[in-house]
Design a protein around this ligand. Structure first.
Ligand code: UD1
Length: 356
C-alpha cells in the first residue's frame, strides 16, 4: 500500500501521526508512506529522514467572510490541485490525516479521485475541518468517545489517540545527565503543549518559591518563545525549552501542571499522572476547555481558567494536592481513560479501510 499522511503544525497533530506511521511500518506487508506538510512547521524537523516530505502552503479561514476569505478559498483550491497531482503521480491508494488546515486539501483531493481517506480527530470538540469534511471521509477515528455524538454524519470509531512508542514500553528511568533529579523527591512537571505557554510559565515562576520550600522539585518545559524562560534559578528547578523523553518524565512525575491539548492529555492518562489543567484560552472554539472537562468528569484532573487563576490559588492548590490522598484517586482515574494500543487500533483501521 502507498499512503499519504497529511499532518502538520503542532506536536498535537504530528506525534499521533508519526506513532501511527511507525505502527503501519511494522505490518507484515510493509506500507510505503509519504508525508504532506507545510514549509517551516514542526514537520520539517520531525519527518525528513523518516518519510519523504512534500510541502504545500495552506492556511485556515479566520475572521468574518470578506476579501481575505476569497483569497484563502482560492489558495485552498490551488492546494487541492497540487495534492491531486501528487496523489495521481505517486499512485497513492489512500490518505490518512490528523486534521487541521492541511486536512482540507488532502481530504478534498483524495475524495475527488475516489481514494479512501481516514481522519483522526484527537480533540473532544472536533475542529472546523473535521466537522465540515468528516462525512466525506471513509472513516473517522476519534480520541474521545463523546466526539462520536458531535459527528452525527460521519462513520466514527473511538480508538483513543496514538502516543509515541516510549509511552507504550515499560517506563524507563529519567537519564540523570539530562535531568538530575533525586529518586525520592516529589516532582512537578509543567508543560504548555508543544509550543510552551508563556502565561502559565509566569504563574508557575511566581508560585515556585512556596513549592521549593515544601521540598518539591520542578521540571519546567517553557517552550522557546518565553523571554523570561531563564529568569528563575534554584537547585530544585530545571527549565528546558523542550524535552523529548516525555514518557520517562511523566512516569517519574508526581503532578503535572499543563495546558489541555489532546496529545498531552492522552499521555497523562497513559502515565497515570494527575494534573492541574489550564486550557489555552485562545485555542480554536475553546476546544481545550472541552478536552479538560472530560478529564475532570472522569476525576483525573482539576481545571482552572487562566483568567481566574491567581498565584495564591495555584500555590495552595498544588500544596494541597501534593499532600492529599486524592492524588492517588486522580492517578487511577487517569489510568482508566488510557487506551494504550491506540496506534495499533488506528493502524488496523487504516489497513482495513485502505485495503492492504
Ligand atoms: C495551542 C493549540 O491549539 N494546541 C492544539 C495542538 O496541540 P499542541 O501541540 O499545542 O498540544 P498537545 O498537548 O496536543 O501536544 C503536545 C505534544 O508535544 C509534546 N511535548 C511538549 C513539550 C515538550 O517539551 N516536549 C514534548 O514532547 C507533548 O508530550 C505532546 O505530545 O493540537 C492538538 C490536537 O489537535 C490540540 O488538542 C491542541 O489544543
Amino acid at each position: 500500500m502507498k499512503l499519504l499522511i497529511a499532518a502538520s503544525g503542532t506536536g498535537g497533530h504530528l506525534f499521533p501521526a508519526i506513532a501511527t506511521a511507525e505502527q503501519l511500518s511494522r505490518h507484515q506487508t510493509p506500507c510505503h508512506i509519504e508525508w504532506l506538510g507545510v514549509p517551516n512547521r514542526l514537520e520539517t524537523q520531525l519527518v525528513p529522514g523518516k518519510y519523504p516530505l512534500h510541502t504545500i502552503q495552506v492556511e485556515g479561514f479566520q475572521g468574518k467572510p470578506g476579501l481575505g476569505t476569497l483569497k484563502t478559498l482560492a489558495r485552498l483550491l490551488g492546494s487541492v490541485v497540487q495534492v491531486r497531482s501528487l496523489l495521481q503521480k505517486g499512485n497513492f491508494q489512500g490518505v490518512f490525516t490528523t486534521g487541521g488546515y492541511i486536512a482540507a486539501p488532502a481530504i478534498l483531493a483524495a475524495r475527488s479521485l475516489g481514494l479512501l481517506t481516514v481522519l483522526h480527530e484527537s480533540n473532544a470538540l472536533p475542529g472546523k475541518v473535521t466537522r465540515l469534511l468528516s462525512p466525506w471521509c471513509s472513516v473517522v477515528a476519534v480520541g474521545f468517545e463523546e466526539t462520536i455524538q458531535r459527528l452525527p454524519r460521519a462513520k466514527a470509531v473511538h480508538v483513543g489517540t496514538p502516543v509515541r512508542d516510549a509511552f507504550r514500553l515499560a517506563p524507563s528511568a529519567l537519564p540523570p545527565l539530562q535531568l538530575p533529579i533525586p529518586d525520592d523527591v516529589p516532582l512537578i512537571v509543567v508543560v504548555g503543549g508543544s509550543q510552551g505557554a508563556v502565561a502559565v510559565n509566569r504563574l508557575v515562576r511566581e508560585c515556585a518559591p512556596a513549592w521549593f520550600e515544601a521540598g518539591f522539585w520542578i521540571v519546567h518545559l517553557t517552550g522557546d518563545s518565553d523571554p523570561d524562560a531563564k529568569s528563575l534559578s534554584h537547585p530544585q528547578y530545571l527549565a528546558l525549552p523542550f524535552y523529548d523523553n516525555m514518557a520517562a518524565l511523566f512516569h517519574r512525575a508526581t503532578l503535572a501542571i499543563s495546558r489541555s491539548g489532546a496529545g498531552t492529555l492522552t499521555e497523562l492518562a497513559i502515565a497515570h499522572l494527575p494534573a492541574i489543567l489550564i486550557p489555552y484560552p485562545f485555542a480554536a472554539e475553546d476546544h481545550q476547555t472541552v478536552n479538560a472537562a472530560a478529564f475532570v468528569r472522569a476525576g483525573a484532573a482539576k481545571v482552572f481558567q487562566q483568567k481566574d487563576l491567581t498565584t495564591e490559588m495555584l500555590t495552595t492548590e498544588v500544596l494541597d494536592l501534593m499532600r492529599s490522598p486524592q492524588r492517588t484517586e486522580m492517578a487511577e482515574a487517569a489510568g482508566r481513560l488510557a487506551i494504550a494500543d491506540s496506534a495499533e487500533q488506528l493502524a488496523k483501521l487504516i489497513q482495513k479501510t485502505v485495503g492492504i
